[in-house]
Design a binder for this molecule. Structure first.
Ligand code: UT7
Length: 344
């Protein structure tokens, strides 16, 4: 028996195993029809379009209808990604939904998505890594595929943040939006694919961005509702500082693992939380402005859906073509962070 390892077409793919690569074979996204502009927010809280635009870069965000839930948006994004990948529902082995706004505490949103898309063979679970969830999902999907447990995994980032935003708190309500994005991951022989994914966390700073109510620590009571504990809370300035540091170091580590440089990247897709965070990360990485993909002006911060929606838009708008190198980099509550390098 030969002990020689096969020669890989793609020498950078660190996770190649006997010539198999984990490829993203399709992406898709869905955002609700209703756009809420900064001018509409001026009527709700003490804010201005000028403040929101200059401090965040956000001009509008999408708001889901009352009867439109995270699982509905996730299912729509999944169906679009599966169509792009040429994958039918019965081919899906595993559904991973990254979200902090599940339809309900249990069962998982992934199970509801399974039913909605008719992927009856698929296993399904949710993962919670806040805004970093999509990258965590890519890494988990990659491991399942490389171990040959599953062949076709769909990773969805989906959020209805409008349901947990305190619409009386100008510090947070101007920042967030709803939507979903999905990637189909499959094993391919000697092909392009996910080169590496990095994940990180620091639970000592959990208080910076959290929702106190609704879990086992603080179940819903009249008092907890009156104290507005079922809405998200954020210490913006401190979160901002950690976001820049963590995203720069995650991106640097992901590139180091692949022996690649920032200048090799055709496109860098950062978590869409704040334009000033994106610019600071870009500056520290010495990225050219034209490498950075930005769509937060139209969607705000959609947490786990953010880079998934952006990746879909980068592909459909022609910013990324097959063979291009793409860097995804994220940061979120937890704290959590991550980065992924993809040869598209
Ligand atoms: O996705 C997960 C990760 N999330 C993030 O990474 C978000 C990180 N943080 C941020 O993006 C920024 O910190 C914010 C956009 C949230 C805030 O920007 P900032 O420059 O850090 O503002 P600040 O919180 O220091 O507030 C400055 C002033 C304050 O007034 P005083 O105390 O100086 O009088 C705020 O009360 O701006 C005031 N302010 C507002 N004014 C008008 C805060 N929100 C608003 C608002 N409209 N919506």
């Amino acid at each position: 028996m030969s002990t020689t390892r096969p020669k890989f077409k793609n020498p950078r793919a660190k996770h190649d195993f006997k010539g198999r690569t984990v490829s993203i074979t399709g992406v898709g996204a869905y955002v609700p029809a209703k756009a809420m502009t900064n001018f509409e927010l001026e009527k709700i809280v003490d804010t201005t379009d000028e403040w929101i635009t200059s401090r965040t870069g956000i001009k509008e965000r999408r708001i889901a209808a009352k009867d439109e839930f995270t699982s509905d948006m996730a299912a729509r994004a999944a169906q679009r990604a599966m169509k792009a990948a040429g994958v039918t529902a019965d081919q899906v082995d595993l559904i991973i939904v990254a979200t902090i706004t599940p339809d309900m505490v249990f069962p998982s949103t992934a199970c509801l998505v399974q039913q909605k898309i008719g992927a009856n063979r698929a296993a399904a679970f949710d993962l919670e890594a806040a805004c970093s969830g999509f990258i965590y999902g890519l890494e988990i999907a990659q491991q399942f595929i490389m171990s040959r447990t599953y062949d076709t995994v769909i990773v969805i980032g989906a959020e209805k943040l409008s349901s947990v935003v305190d619409w009386t708190d100008r510090n947070t309500c101007v920042l967030f939006g709803d939507g979903a994005g999905c990637a189909v991951l499959q094993s391919r022989s000697n092909s392009h694919g996910l080169l590496t994914a990095v994940m990180g966390a620091d639970g000592s700073k959990a208080e910076l961005l959290h929702m106190p109510g609704g879990g086992s620590r603080c179940p819903a009571t009249t008092q907890s509702v009156n104290a507005r504990l079922h809405f998200l809370r954020m210490e913006g300035k401190e979160t901002f500082k950690h976001a820049v540091q963590a995203m720069v170091s995650a991106a640097t580590e992901a590139l180091r693992r692949c022996d690649l440089k920032v200048s090799d990247m055709k496109c860098i897709i950062p978590h869409q939380a704040n334009r000033r965070i994106i610019d600071a990360v870009g500056d520290r990485l010495n990225a050219r402005p034209d490498q950075l993909f930005i769509n937060l002006d139209r969607y705000g911060n959609t947490s786990a859906a953010s880079v998934a929606i952006a990746l879909d838009e980068a592909v459909s708008s022609g910013r990324i073509h097959r063979g291009d190198l793409v860097l995804l980099v994220v940061f979120g509550a937890g704290l959590t962070w991550g980065a992924a390098v993809i040869e598209w």
